[in-house]
Write a protein of this length. Structure first.
Length: 719
């Protein structure tokens, strides 16, 4: 009797395999669905084992503009029973269950789970509820062993290796514990979902269409697991559109159609009230099947090679079914659930930071295994560093010749010129004081010239003595379309900034008085390295978080996370921590390569580290903001490109802002990347901590605003 069988309803020749699709012989269900005028006492019949009520639903509604998905339903689920919501697609089953799981807000009515109102108090019982969503998808790049341990941490359960192995054995995944989830079969993914739902040792388990799309063997395996849930004292609410599944598993069935419960009772009661019967077709059983039926006292007839058995009640069907051991695949371990240990309502176990760190670890594991993440975090920035280093290596042919006319001819002006020369980027030639600089430039085809005016030293001295009106300007002559002009602007501005800081803080005064200024020997690559760092900090968190939000929304990860004790703020914080670690590591590698290959002198100062952290915070938050508006990964890439690429070129990563047209400079000053790049250059190249502090403050302020937007607007609930 271990053969598969088909059912045929009385008065119908339609047949279907009961193990693969809904048997059409469950006449009671068809009659209830097709007859909306049943007496109200039949519709409202309550069944149960008389035990404690775990789930209580009264007048529950969920209305949308064009449909009433749930339309005033009532039911109770008692402790220790399997309760099935049965009905066709679109009946309102999933909407009902998601309200009970705290994933949707009802339009009206009340719903209580373990005594807590699901709209107001669900956080009190979240740890005692396990959920397998209808559209469950595991994290592709986590292995079952890692996924179960991760999920346990989100439920305040510290699962050691033995506990994880026990759960995987329970669901029959021991042999697949170290296989990436993306390589699991559909049935194995559902079993992994059940294991994750059980990590918190829940009192109530919601299974939303757990066997949809599975082959007959996988369905039977999950049926065995669900029976084990009940055997260990769990209360199970499952939804299904498989009639045989409800009959096989449920103690109590509520039939839903068009948002209403149209019938309620045990499977036997529903069939008995509706009348009718079922014809079991034992396909290909032949004479041996007839003999087996007669041996059990069952009347059967032979039709070709098929054996037909007509029964009236579900109990008669169960009496004919093979022992469950025969349904279990040979060699497949029969898992057993751990004994139910009810936990107090008081919160315990790992604190919030443990959940943050667990989510950081899981996210980081997936990010690095994706390969593209590791490429853009480490390989791509190194390519830029090497390219810039090779192009602008500090040899004699790469230096800029700067012609200087020192009209002041003082100790202070000489100190300023010496500081320019010490950069190793600039060599200078002197222009005589007695000639017009414009004439000299044209006569000698000079590309770059700098004029230091008369009164340079006197103005610097007055500023050093506290005169806030004292200032002096040096003038750079050159063609802004030439790259050498932009580099010269950066060098002269940097040296001037050092003078400003040492004389009067950040006030725009140029000079040093009689003090000696020590300027580090800089290479070309040192000027570009901060821009490459800023570019890396922009691209990785911005593109990464925009894509992450799209993926989490598309694959319903947000919905699944909402069933845990992890909060939105903790999830956001975990992403901040991960990207900060990755960016600091990436910058460290870039600094080492710059020093070893190109003898760069740029320094990773404490202020630079703070700027890197603030910038990562800023662009991770910006990625989350963009993620609020994208629905799929393709859109996410388009949006991130549209925001990121203009910022790369206008934010001072490659070109000094001062070399841009005036209107583009105004745009650049409005971009957050500009202040990160300028702050990094100020501290790493020129040692100007005052300017760096100012830009750090701007970056942090923008980052906080960016963070608050997704923290407030991001929703894990369905509408």
């Amino acid at each position: 009797m271990s053969r598969s069988f088909r059912t045929r309803s009385s008065g119908s020749s339609a047949m279907a395999r009961s193990t693969a699709s809904p048997p059409k012989g469950f006449v009671a269900v068809r009659r209830f669905l097709s007859n909306p005028l049943l007496p109200s006492e039949e519709v409202r019949t309550l069944a149960g084992n008389g035990g404690e009520t775990c789930i209580e639903v009264r007048g529950l509604t969920k209305h949308y503009p064009d449909i009433k998905a749930v339309d005033g339903i009532d039911f109770d689920v008692h402790a220790g029973e399997i309760f099935a919501l049965l009905g066709p697609n679109g009946a309102g089953k999933t909407t009902t269950v998601e309200i009970l799981e705290g994933l949707r807000d009802p339009t009206g009515g009340t719903a209580r789970v373990l005594g807590a109102d699901v709209t107001k108090e669900y956080a009190k019982v979240r740890e005692r509820v396990g959920v397998l969503p209808q559209d469950f998808e595991p994290f592709d790049r986590l292995k079952p062993r890692e996924a179960v341990a991760y999920w346990g941490a989100l439920f305040r359960k510290e699962l050691d290796g033995k506990k994880v192995a026990s759960l995987l054995e329970t669901v029959g995944l021991t042999s697949r514990a170290d296989t990436f989830a993306m390589n699991l079969s559909g049935g194995e993914k559902r079993r992994l979902g059940i294991a994750m739902a059980l990590v918190g040792e829940p009192a109530v388990v919601f299974l939303d269409e757990p066997t949809t799309g599975l082959d007959p063997s996988a369905r039977r395996e999950l049926w065995t697991l669900i029976r084990d849930l009940k055997a260990k004292g769990r209360t199970v609410l499952l939804t299904t559109h498989y009639l045989d599944e409800a009959e096989q598993l449920a103690d109590d069935v509520a039939i839903m159609n068009h948002g209403k419960i149209v019938a309620r009772g045990t499977p036997d009661e529903l069939i008995a009230r509706a009348g009718g019967g079922t014809t079991i077709v034992l396909a290909g059983a032949g004479e041996a099947g007839i003999a087996a039926c007669r041996a059990k006292g069952v009347t059967a007839t032979l039709e070709g090679d098929n054996v037909l058995v007509h029964v009236r009640l579900a109990g008669e069907v169960r009496a004919m079914r093979p022992d469950q051991g025969d349904l279990h695949e040979a060699g497949h371990p029969r898992g057993r659930l751990p004994e139910d240990r009810r936990r107090p309502d008081a919160r315990g176990g790992p604190r919030g930071m443990n959940r943050v760190l667990a989510d950081t670890k899981a996210f980081g594991t997936q990010y690095l295994r994706a390969r593209t993440g590791a490429f853009f975090a480490f390989i791509f920035p190194l390519i830029l560093v090497v390219l810039f280093g090779l192009i602008f290596s500090g040899n004699g042919n790469s230096k800029i010749t700067l012609y200087v006319q020192d009209l002041d001819d003082s100790a202070t002006s000489h100190s300023f010129v010496s500081a320019l020369n010490n950069t190793t980027v600039v060599t200078y030639q002197q222009i005589p004081k007695g000639v017009a600089i414009d004439d000299y430039i044209h006569a000698n085809s000079v590309n770059l010239a700098l004029r230091i005016p008369v009164g340079f030293q006197s103005n610097v001295s007055r500023a050093a003595q506290g005169d806030r009106n004292a200032s002096v300007n040096v003038t750079l002559y050159g063609d802004p379309t030439q790259s050498s002009h932009g580099i010269a602007v950066s060098i002269v501005s940097g040296v001037a900034t050092q003078f400003n800081f040492q004389i009067a803080g950040t006030r725009p005064v140029v000079g040093l008085a009689t003090q000696t200024v020590s300027v580090r020997q800089l290479e070309f690559i040192d000027l570009f390295l901060p821009g490459v760092i800023g570019l890396t900090i922009l691209t990785n968190p911005l593109f990464g978080m925009t894509n992450t939000c799209a993926e989490y929304r598309t694959r319903k990860y947000f919905k699944f996370l909402a069933t845990t004790t992890l909060t939105k703020a903790q999830w956001l914080t975990a992403k901040m921590i991960f990207y900060t670690i990755i960016m600091l590591a990436s910058v460290g590698v870039m600094m080492i390569v710059n020093a070893l290959l190109f003898h760069g002198k740029a320094t990773l100062t404490p202020m630079a580290v703070l700027l890197i952290i603030a910038g990562t915070f800023e662009f991770t938050s910006l990625g989350m903001i963009l993620g609020l508006f994208v629905k799929d990964v393709e859109t996410a890439n388009a949006v991130a490109n549209g925001i990121g690429f203009p910022m790369m070129f206008l934010g001072g990563s490659f070109f000094p802002i001062d070399t841009m047209p005036t209107y583009l400079q105004a745009v650049a000053r409005a971009l957050p990347l500009t202040y990160l790049n300028e702050g990094l250059r100020a501290t790493m190249v020129f040692g100007n901590e005052g300017t760096a502090v100012l830009y750090l403050g701007i970056t942090l302020a923008v980052a906080i605003v960016f963070f608050l937007i997704p923290a407030k607007a991001l929703s894990w609930k369905s509408k």
